[in-house]
Design a protein around this ligand. Sequence first.
Ligand SMILES: [Zn+2]
Length: 137
Amino acid sequence: MEGTSAGAPEEHRCVRCGTAYLPFRRGVPCPSCGVPSTSESGIVPAVLDAYARNLRDTGRPIPLTIQVATLWDDYLYRGLFFLKAVDGRRPRESEGSVIARMVEIPNGLNGGAWRAHVADFYRELLHVRRRSAERTK
Ligand SMILES: [Zn+2]
């Protein structure tokens, strides 16, 4: 599928340093150089939709087999595993400690700035999910 992904809406590269990452909301700083994104990818609603749809259709939030082929998939499954961990956490465990636990899972994204980026992504998922739950009340 080389070539077909170029220019796809989920593709984003930092305008200054070219690092590929997903701006999960407008103004997310590049994890490499800190320049804020000027665009926004639809990854947060995509994760929330996939989570709800998987639960409804299969009774589990994450498919039995997953394939992480793109950066988009990486964020998508990271988000699904995070929401599963939050919803399945022990009663006395806070969302913040789940975030702290999940960002320590080894992955291809190294460095403190990437960990902060992923933690910010997790907080954004919770924030948007809470906001949409309030809207539908
Ligand atoms: Zn950058």
